[in-house]
Design a protein around this ligand. Structure first.
Ligand SMILES: Nc1ncnc2c1ncn2[C@@H]1O[C@H](COP(=O)(O)OP(=O)(O)OP(=O)(O)O)[C@@H](O)[C@H]1O
Ligand SMILES: [Mg+2]
Length: 607
């Protein structure tokens, strides 16, 4: 049934474009919590990264202290008589410290790379699987582009976030440790050193406010460029045949120019931030040199401590700068995370009942009992359909376009649930058995054949991987596809390019027809399977079908196929209602709806 629960929530956005407009907070507790549940699986790796971080910070913070120790202990007291031995010890300790720093940084990066790649893997897998479990309704309502962007871009943004999050945490920790060290070493000098920080914070806040619209503009522009690019490439055949390239290029140019201009402005803004921050941090260093230098001259401060102070300060402003640059990345990641988890939280609206059983081997009886169906609540597409199809019968559904033929047969496969009434197979309600056990026993060839970019034989075997090559060839022969497949460069092992782009539409239909019968299904559904074939191929197929349909329950939808005329039963649909049921001759003799349709649509002579 069509419910709104299968929609991606549209409160924030209506289209994918607007989706991009949504800039989240820098910190979104829900997203971080959900993300942590993914990290939890790899907690040991995370722990390793954390240990790396701690050792790294300890090593970095120790450096100025070691230098101060060297200066105050062995250089400053008696410059004339340098105590080489002691200084050498200091140097060795310093070297050791640097080694610890390097190794811990390596460990940290390695662990983080492992963690974030696995996270990405898990998230993509979950999303793919989650999407596969959604109903047909879901995909009708959500654009492919939007879904793709979530699985690709949003996951990537979240991965980047994971990668920078630990270094940022490390930065914050380092900031705190350095600040504490500064104040413990010399409280007054520390006050002088952090004096310019409020100025820095104000500068960054102003910059953020000014820059935000521009970064938003860049993202909107790039998503328009990408959208246009995708459309342009997908529709290139139509474009070329209608000679619309120039117009498309002009449109692309407009969007691309907008992106370029926004990006230039963004670059300009990024360039604007660094100099003031740099000046302020260096001003802070200069202040410390002046005030601290005075103290050294007065003899109230040791030279080594001053040196350590300056080194700390240089380190101190580094994380601040880094975090400024990562600000927008954080925002983006939080927005992406929110979108990802939003998608993962959508409950599939067609699920197996909790007590669903396996469908027993199908005999082939199909019953529609007072079936009504609506895609959109309040707009009935099928109206009180009751019909019984005996095992082995072939039934043709005819009716004008939009009459509800495709909808009716898709209820047999339970692509949708009925709005009211029941669909029974061998007396079993399709909702009471698992979808897998049901789908495994029937096959369909749909209005638009879908082939995978795999070998022809793999396309015919499809999910029945254990089917023998012989059966593959038999099926292809039965539907009349063997000849053209044999003529392909490497026959059955030829790879289909771009989902079958190297085959004609009719050939694609034949391959999917072979696929439909390869596992010998009890129920076969052919929806306009012959729509793209020339009359010659169709005629051959029709001959083959007599054999193929024999002994199976088959539901046929066709506008032209003359197989209709030999169907056991013809069901005429009009506006979602059954208006006539009977055999061809009967219905023609009645001179009613079918005979008119026949005259209009299937006006070919009966062969
Ligand atoms: N996914 C959908 N969401 C909403 N309405 C739909 C959807 N699919 C079909 N419809 C509507 O349901 C009605 C029946 O469509 P259906 O595809 O069953 O017709 P059909 O008889 O197979 O037509 P055709 O001969 O053109 O294939 C149409 O009015 C159509 O607009
Ligand atoms: Mg149809």
């Amino acid at each position: 049934m069509a419910t709104n629960s299968s929609d991606l929530p549209k409160t924030r956005s209506v289209t994918s474009n607007l989706d991009e407009l949504f800039l989240g907070n820098v910190y979104d507790a829900t997203v971080v919590r959900r993300l942590l549940s993914y990290v939890y699986v790899y907690r040991s790796t995370f722990f390793v990264a954390l240990i790396g971080v701690i050792f790294y910070i300890a090593a970095v913070v120790a450096q100025p202290l070691i230098i101060a120790w060297g200066i105050d202990g062995f250089i400053a007291p008696d410059p004339g008589e340098t105590r080489w031995g002691n200084l050498r010890t200091v140097s060795l300790i310093f070297l050791f410290d640097v080694l610890v720093m390097g190794i811990s940084q390596y460990i940290q990066f390695r662990a983080l790379a492992r963690l974030s790649t696995r996270l990405l893997f898990d998230l993509r897998r979950d999303m793919f699987n989650h999407l596969q479990g959604q109903s047909a309704t879901f995909f009708e309502r959500n654009e492919v582009g939007r879904l793709m962007s979530r699985v690709q871009n949003d996951v990537l943004a979240l991965q980047e976030f994971t990668e920078i999050s630990v270094p940022t945490l490390a930065d914050i920790l380092m900031l705190a440790v350095i600040a504490v060290t500064l104040f413990v070493t010399d409280f007054n000098l520390a006050l002088v050193a952090v004096g310019p920080i409020p100025l820095m914070v104000i500068t960054m806040a102003i910059w953020q406010r000014k820059a935000k619209p521009t970064f938003l503009r860049i993202r909107t522009a790039i998503s328009s460029v990408n959208g246009n690019l995708q459309e342009g490439i997908t529709g290139v055949r139509v474009t070329q045949s209608m000679n619309r390239q120039n117009r498309n290029l002009r449109k692309f140019d407009t969007l691309n120019t907008e992106h370029r201009d926004a990006a230039i402005k963004g670059g300009f803004l990024s360039g604007m931030l660094m100099p003031p921050i740099e000046v302020i941090s260096m001003a802070s260093v200069a202040l410390v040199v002046v005030v601290g230098g005075q103290q050294v001259l007065n003899g109230t401060l040791e030279l080594g401590i001053l040196t350590a102070f300056i080194l700390y300060l240089l380190r101190f402003f580094e994380p601040i700068r880094a975090m400024t640059m990562q600000f927008t990345q954080f925002q983006k990641a939080m927005a992406s995370g929110a979108r990802i988890f939003e998608l993962l939280d959508i409950e599939p609206d067609l699920v197996d009942a909790p007590d669903a059983k396996q469908m027993p081997p199908i005999n082939g009886k199909i019953e529609f009992k007072n079936v009504s169906f609506e895609y959109v609540p309040g707009l009935p597409v099928l109206n009180d359909i009751s019909l019984t199809i005996e095992p082995g019968e072939s039934v043709a559904f005819v009716g004008l376009t939009g009459a509800g033929k495709t909808t009716l047969v898709s209820l047999v496969q339970r692509l949708y649930d009925v709005t009211s009434g029941q669909v029974l197979i061998d007396g079993v309600d399709v909702r009471s058995v698992t979808r897998a056990s049901l789908a495994g026993q029937m096959s369909s060839v749909l209005q638009e054949p879908f082939l995978y970019s795999e070998a022809v034989s793999a396309n015919i075997k499809f999910n029945h991987v254990n089917v023998s090559e012989k059966s593959v060839i038999n099926s292809a022969t039965a539907v009349g596809a063997h000849d053209f497949i044999s003529k392909l460069p490497t026959g059955y092992s030829s790879i289909l390019e771009q989902r079958g782009a190297n085959l004609s539409m009719g050939q694609r239909a034949l391959v999917s027809m072979a696929r439909a019968i390869v596992a010998d299904p009890r129920i076969l559904i052919l929806d306009e399977a012959t729509a793209n074939m020339d009359s010659e191929t169709e005629y051959q197929l029709q001959e083959a079908l007599k054999e193929v349909l024999h002994g199976r329950t088959s539901l046929l939808i066709a506008h032209r196929l003359s197989t209709i005329t030999s169907a056991d039963k013809i069901v005429v649909l009009e506006h979602g209602k059954i208006v006539e049921v009977g055999k061809h001759e009967q219905l023609i003799a009645n001179k009613s709806v079918y005979s008119k349709l026949y005259a209009m649509n299937f006006g070919e002579p009966i062969r």
